[in-house]
Design a protein around this ligand. Structure first.
Ligand code: AVI
Length: 323
C-alpha cells in the first residue's frame, strides 16, 4: 500500500499568469524536467482524452460504467440511507456532464451542481440536460478543484452527494489526494461521497492502457508540448519527442513521459534547456490503488464507513462513504 501523508497539508497558492510561466519554466529546468498534467487538457487535449476513453485498451471508463450499472441499486441504497432522497448531487470535474445523470433517478435528484473549470463547456452540456430532466434544478460553478475546492461549500446549502468519477483522484500524489478528499468532506455538509478509483493490476494491462496501439495516448501526451509552446512561447517540436508509459510497481503508478528523440535545445523567452538524447520530461502520474489502501485514504481524510463495489477482475472500484 502507498504510504499516506500526515494529517494536514497547506493548500497550494494559485498563480498569476506571470507566476504560471515562471513555474512552468522552473519545472522544465529542474534536473528531472516535468510538466504538470493540468496542461494536458487544452481544448485538443480534452478531445484526445475523450478519444482515449473509447479505446479498447483503456478499461477504466467502461469498467466504471459497468460497475455503476450492475450495482446501481445497492450504491443508491447506501447513499440514500445516509442523505435521504433528493440530496443535491455535486459533480466534481463535470466536463460534458455525461456520468451524473445516470444517478438522477436512483438518488431522486432534484438539484444538480456541475463543477468544472471550463464553464462554457458545462453550460453547453446543461442546455441539453435541462430539456431531458425538467424536474432537476441545474447549476454550474466554475472553479479549479486543486486551488479552490473549499469555496464550493458556499454553493452547497445542505447535505449533498459529492460525485468524483473516472479515477481523476489518480492524478494526484497520495498526500494531495488526502487533502482534496478532506476538502470534499467539508463541502458535503454531512452528506456522502461516490468516487471512482482505478486499481493496481498487471504491468501488461497498465502498459497497454497507457500506450495504446493506435497512438491516441501518445498524441494526448505530445499535445502538452504544443500547449506549453503557446503558454510559454517555447519552441518544442512534438515530432522530436517519444511517448513513454512507465509502470512503476514500487510506487504503484503509471508515469507518462516524453523522451527526447536526439539531443536538442528547447528555448523560450528568458530561458532554455538542453536535453540529451533519450532524456525525458515527466508529464503525469496515474496512481493505482488497492481496495484497502483507498479505504485507508478515505478514513484518513475523515470519511466514514467506506464501502466499495468492483468488477469481476477487480480492475476498478466505485467507493461510497459518509461524511
Ligand atoms: C484523467 N485521468 C484519470 C486519466 C488517467 O488514467 O490517469 C488521464 C490519462 N492519462 C493517460 N491516459 C489517461
Amino acid at each position: 500500500d502507498l504510504a499516506l501523508a500526515p494529517a494536514t497539508h497547506p493548500a497550494p497558492v494559485p498563480d498569476t499568469p506571470r507566476d504560471e510561466r515562471a513555474r512552468i519554466a522552473a519545472h522544465l529546468l529542474e534536473p528531472q524536467a516535468s510538466i504538470s498534467p493540468r496542461y494536458l487538457y487544452d481544448p485538443l487535449g480534452c478531445h484526445l482524452f475523450d478519444a482515449i476513453t473509447e479505446l479498447s485498451e483503456y478499461y477504466p471508463t467502461r469498467t466504471e460504467r459497468a460497475i455503476a450499472q450492475q450495482h446501481r441499486d445497492a450504491i443508491a441504497a447506501f447513499l440514500v440511507a445516509h442523505v435521504g432522497r433528493q440530496a443535491p448531487l455535486v459533480d466534481l470535474g463535470a466536463g460534458s456532464c455525461g456520468k451524473a445523470p445516470f444517478w438522477f433517478g436512483p438518488l431522486g435528484c432534484t438539484d444538480y451542481l456541475a463543477v468544472d473549470l471550463a464553464r462554457e463547456h458545462v453550460e453547453h452540456a446543461l442546455l441539453g440536460l435541462r430539456t431531458r430532466h425538467p424536474g432537476v434544478r441545474m447549476r454550474c460553478v466554475a472553479l479549479d478543484l486543486v486551488w479552490d475546492l473549499p469555496q464550493l461549500a458556499a454553493h452547497v446549502e445542505r447535505p449533498a452527494v459529492l460525485f468524483y468519477p473516472g479515477s481523476s483522484i489518480s492524478n494526484f500524489e497520495p498526500e494531495q489526494a488526502v487533502r482534496l478528499l478532506r476538502e470534499m468532506r467539508a463541502v458535503a455538509r454531512g452528506g456522502a461521497l461516490l468516487i471512482g478509483v482505478d486499481l493496481w493490476k498487471s504491468a501488461a494491462e497498465l502498459q497497454a492502457a497507457y500506450d495504446d496501439a493506435v497512438g491516441v495516448t501518445a498524441a494526448f501526451n505530445r499535445n502538452v508540448l504544443q500547449h506549453i509552446n503557446r503558454l510559454l512561447g517555447a519552441d518544442f517540436d512534438p515530432r522530436q519527442w517519444q511517448h513513454i508509459a512507465h509502470v512503476d510497481g514500487e510506487r504503484q503508478r503509471v508515469e507518462m513521459r516524453l523522451a527526447a528523440i536526439g539531443a536538442q535545445t528547447v528555448r523560450w523567452p528568458g530561458g532554455e534547456r538542453h536535453f540529451a538524447d533519450a532524456e525525458y520530461i515527466h508529464t503525469e502520474n496515474s496512481y493505482k490503488w488497492t481496495l484497502d489502501g483507498f479505504a485507508a485514504c478515505l478514513r484518513q481524510a475523515g470519511w466514514q464507513a467506506p464501502r466499495n463495489w468492483t468488477d469481476d477482475h477487480d480492475r476498478f472500484a466505485l467507493f461510497a462513504a459518509t461524511a
